[in-house]
Ligand binder design. Structure first.
Ligand SMILES: NC(=O)c1ccc[n+]([C@@H]2O[C@H](COP(=O)([O-])OP(=O)(O)OC[C@H]3O[C@@H](n4cnc5c(N)ncnc54)[C@H](OP(=O)(O)O)[C@@H]3O)[C@@H](O)[C@H]2O)c1
Length: 453
């Protein structure tokens, strides 16, 4: 045994040279919790995985703030590049967030042959394919389990466990804040503004809720998932996006009467398009049948429902954010990347060529719920039905509601092409009997077969 080898109190032989030095970029909500897990549970991690890990350097903006982590003060620096360049740092964990300087720092780390672990969905959704390519040529890992679904293992199952499977479709609830808001609207019958104010007070929603409410956060995660599930390049700007700002309590209640619940969903599927197959990825509120497994995903929970050709239906459920769950996902990646580094191995190879075209939303087929405020007079329904018919959108169900000033028509369509439904809506609002197009939702039909049918 050389002088740097010893047997520790757990009976495990340790060697200083085989300890993997970790550098953290950021020590905020997620970073501080991950540092605590790695430092406080290092013996157990070593015993269970054979990997000795040590956090050696941490970059933060404000050096004066107490981080409540078991590290000496001189481990901290306000220059993140020093962490990347530190020769005692073998592996870089990025929990700064955003594009700059995260992208530059990770690029520098990969170029220096240091594996990278990140929780940064924004970065991976914008530059993921390019960073994966760089990692590939540098021969090191870039792992990002915590970037989608926080504590839910989904990246590893999709890229490794299901590597032999052809994914057909993913429907997912990827944003806890909007799911919390929609659950409260459904269960308490209140409007969005009221729940949002409550959610902000309880810390479930940010002071500026744009990223959640307008679907940006879910769209970033959808781009990452779609890329991996279908093995093609999907960037966040390829994802069609609508948020929940226009969801009204009245439609949430109407959904329940029709046997649905309103959720903000991310949908990615492979569809026949322009003589080939394309990937259609979108984030929008949708009515989901109460019998669908995703309908039972309440409050701030997330879930990913995946349909595969051979495996059938799978669902992954759990906490999609929060310090603890996200840090656990991050630490799992750190252990994997460290083990690979020591064994001079690599994690999954994820080349993402731009093989599949992105299908524009106009060519996506969905069922629709349409609510119209109408004049309370004879012949309105036949006029409205005629417009649907002219655009080859067939009606599945009609409800006539209210009287006089409150008269409205609620229609649910069979599967129709988005462009045809939009043309229908444009013509409907030009009818004198139609006072207002009050709401439109896409509907996920429980009976519907996958896009291949
Ligand atoms: N929070 C969650 O539940 C969650 C869930 C899933 C994924 N994520 C992702 O995890 C990442 C981190 O999120 P978070 O909630 O932990 O963020 P956070 O609490 O704001 O922490 C960010 C950390 O980065 C440091 N930092 C920022 N810019 C820096 C710079 N230029 N140089 C050095 N340090 C810098 C900050 O330093 P100071 O502390 O000094 O300001 C802070 O320690 C993001 O990509 C986020 O999307 C978060």
């Amino acid at each position: 045994m050389t002088e740097w080898q010893r047997t520790d109190e757990t009976g495990v032989q340790r060697s200083a040279a085989s300890t993997v030095g970790i550098g953290f970029l950021g020590c905020g909500t997620v970073g501080a919790e991950a540092v605590r897990i790695l430092q406080n549970r290092s013996e157990e991690i070593l015993r269970r995985t054979g990997v000795a890990l040590e956090v050696r350097r941490v970059a933060v903006r404000d050096l004066s703030r107490d981080r409540d982590v078991p590290l000496p003060a001189d481990a901290f620096t306000s220059d993140p590049l020093l962490v990347v360049q530190d020769p005692r740092v073998d592996l870089v964990v990025e929990v700064i967030g955003g594009i700059d300087p995260a992208n530059f720092l990770l690029t520098e780390a990969l170029k220096a042959g240091k594996p990278v672990v990140t929780a940064n969905k924004e970065l991976m959704a914008k530059f993921g394919p390019e960073l994966l390519e760089l990692a590939e040529s540098a021969g090191v890992d870039i792992l990002f389990e915590a970037a989608v679904g926080g504590g839910i293992p989904i990246i590893r199952p999709v890229t490794e466990s299901l590597a032999g499977e052809s994914a057909r479709r993913i429907i997912a609830i990827l944003n806890g804040t909007t799911n919390y808001i929609l659950t409260r609207m459904t269960e308490d019958g209140v409007d969005l503004a009221e729940v949002l104010a409550d959610a902000q007070r309880l810390g479930y929603a940010e002071a500026d809720p744009t990223a959640d409410i307008d679907g940006h956060d879910a769209a970033q995660k959808a781009a990452i998932l779609a890329s991996l599930a279908f093995g093609t390049r999907v960037h966040d700007e390829d994802v069609y996006r609508e948020g929940i700002r226009d969801v009204r309590a009245h439609d949430v209640e109407m959904a329940a009467r029709l046997g649905y619940v309103v959720k903000l969903v991310a949908i990615a599927d492979l569809v026949p398009w322009a003589d080939t197959f394309g990937v259609a990825v979108r984030v929008h509120p949708a009515m989901i049948p109460l019998t669908h497994p995703l309908a039972s995903v309440r409050l701030s929970f997330n879930a990913i429902f995946l349909e595969g050709e051979s495996v059938g239906e799978l669902m992954f459920y759990g906490r999609g954010a929060g310090a603890g769950p996200t840090a656990v996902g991050l630490v799992g990646d750190v252990i994997d990347a460290a083990r690979n580094l020591r064994q001079q191995a690599r994690g999954p190879h994820l080349p993402l060529p731009a093989t599949c075209p992105i299908v524009p939303i106009e060519d996506v087929h969905s069922h629709f719920y349409v609510r119209l405020e109408v004049a309370d007079e004879p012949g309105v329904l036949s006029g409205v039905a005629g417009v649907f018919g002219r655009h080859e959108v067939s009606i599945q169900k009609v409800l006539q509601e209210g009287r006089a000033e409150d008269a409205e028509l609620v229609l649910v369509t069979h599967r129709g092409r988005e462009a045809d439904v939009r043309a229908t809506l444009r013509e409907l609002v030009s009818l004198t009997a139609v006072k207002r197009l009050a709401a439109v939702f896409r509907v996920i039909n429980g009976e519907e077969e996958s896009s291949f049918s």
